[in-house]
Design a protein around this ligand. Structure first.
Ligand code: CTP
Length: 417
């Protein structure tokens, strides 16, 4: 299990009360892994399966994994009034998988079993992770129920795309349990007030682009994509509708985030420009290659018999950040860039950062000192966030998740209306 938080962050966390609602879909088996992640990271978990969920995974499994008895209906241990106290005492309720049926009941305030009663009594953040067939997800009834729940403040994660129960594929899969766990921990860390990106659309680019010389060789860079993925996860936990344009990253898709995969800088540009038309904020955390070969050989380039090496002629790629900062596809959208600097004879890391901020024309520039290559592939980061308004925020050494939240705080501060 990969817990991306640093040991001191895990140790500092109080034991929090998680209610895991499980409704009756085949993905109920994946909730076992989610439950283990919560209990192994010290959370106090109460599982509330629906009667239909017990058709897939029996009560003994939930009881053994959570260390507590489980019930689906309100008639067990009535003297403890479970239909009220489970919801009222929770720090977060997560329903995974959430079927079309449970979403409909929650949207209409029905309370015919322990889970739906719990949803009505909970005053903490509530996260639904829907999983169902694409047709059921896309049905106007389900979409209207999802809109109602979101409008009331619940986080309803967009399902992932991929293989469904049968041979069919499409939108409707339960996201990776590890990623649902990350999202819920993000929600718990920020509490009910942390839902400040709800109703906002954000675009994040991540990873490093590749520029092909021939079908097997490319020019690339060392970007792992971790910072961009952390930004996407953090935005999803704050309720945003997130599009992640991902260039050659081998990390799991963050829960609830729509991922667009690209390889080259030209493809990255096209995907970012398409996604920002309706976006409230764009964060360019990707490392696009600045140059590409002027010609891409269709066949693999062979070694010459005389030992000479081929000369590679390069041309410049478009500067996406400068272009979107200049064009401002949507008035009021906040544009954020990153700058990895080492400092040189012409100026310090911050001098170069200020000059780059002005040159690119973005609203915020997150400046990393990469002398020694310390940041690449690491789960930690430290940075200074420079504002075009002259402000600056120093973010001390910490996780990329922590830096992401400070970046979103600065973005939110700049939203007008
Ligand atoms: N960027 C971009 N398009 C490019 C290159 C970079 O949008 N072709 C974005 C990156 O995503 C990042 C920011 O610009 O947000 C800074 O990238 P950097 O490589 O530091 O900027 P350059 O303009 O290439 O500056 P330098 O000459 O220092 O390399």
């Amino acid at each position: 299990m990969v817990d991306r938080r640093r040991p001191e962050e895990v140790a500092q966390q109080p034991s929090r009360r998680v209610v895991l609602g499980v409704s009756g879909g085949i993905a109920a088996y994946k909730a076992c892994e989610l439950l283990r992640r919560f209990s192994e990271s010290g959370h106090d978990v109460t599982v509330v399966p629906t009667a239909a969920a017990l058709q897939f995974i029996g009560a003994p499994t939930w009881a053994a994994l959570s260390g507590k008895p489980v019930s689906s209906e309100v008639w067990t241990d009535v003297h403890e009034v479970p239909h009220v106290h489970i919801g009222k005492s929770a720090d977060v309720v997560v329903v995974a998988p959430a079927t079309a049926d449970v979403l409909a009941k929650a949207a209409h305030g029905l309370a015919d079993d322990l889970l739906t009663n719990t949803l009505l009594t909970a005053r903490c953040p509530v996260v639904f992770a829907p999983a169902m067939h694409t047709e059921m997800w896309e049905h106007p009834a389900t979409q209207a129920n999802v809109a109602t729940l979101r409008q009331r403040g619940a986080i309803v994660i967009e399902p992932a795309e991929g293989r469904l129960t049968g041979a069919d594929t499409g939108k409707g899969r339960l996201p990776d349990p590890a990623e649902i766990f990350e999202l819920v921990v993000g929600v718990l860390d920020r509490g009910a007030a942390g839902h400040d990106l709800a109703g906002r659309k954000v675009v994040v680019s991540a990873g490093g682009t590749r520029e092909y010389l021939d079908p097997v060789r490319f020019l690339g860079n060392r970007s792992s994509g971790q910072q961009g993925y952390a930004l996407a996860r953090a935005a999803a936990a704050r309720g945003a509708d997130v599009t992640l344009v991902s260039a050659n990253v081998s990390l799991p898709d963050p829960a609830g985030v729509s991922v667009v995969r690209v390889e080259t800088t030209a493809q990255l540009r096209e995907a970012v420009v398409a996604a920002i038309a309706t976006a409230d904020a764009v964060v360019m955390a990707a490392a696009p290659a600045d140059f590409r070969p002027t010609a891409v050989s269709e066949a693999k380039i062979k070694k010459a018999d005389d030992g000479t090496a081929p000369a590679i002629e390069l041309e410049q790629n478009p500067d996406i950040l400068a272009e979107i900062s200049h064009d401002r596809a949507r008035e009021g959208a906040v544009v954020v860039g990153f700058a990895a600097e080492t400092g040189d004879a012409t100026g310090s890391v911050l001098d170069l950062g200020r000059a780059k901020l002005a040159r690119k024309g973005c609203d915020l520039l997150v400046v990393n000192d990469v002398s020694g290559g310390a940041v690449f592939g690491s789960s930690d980061n430290e940075a200074v966030i420079l504002g075009a308004d002259g402000g600056s925020v120093e973010v001390p050494h910490g996780s990329k998740a922590a830096l992401s939240h400070v970046i979103w705080d600065e973005v939110v501060r700049r939203f007008v209306g």
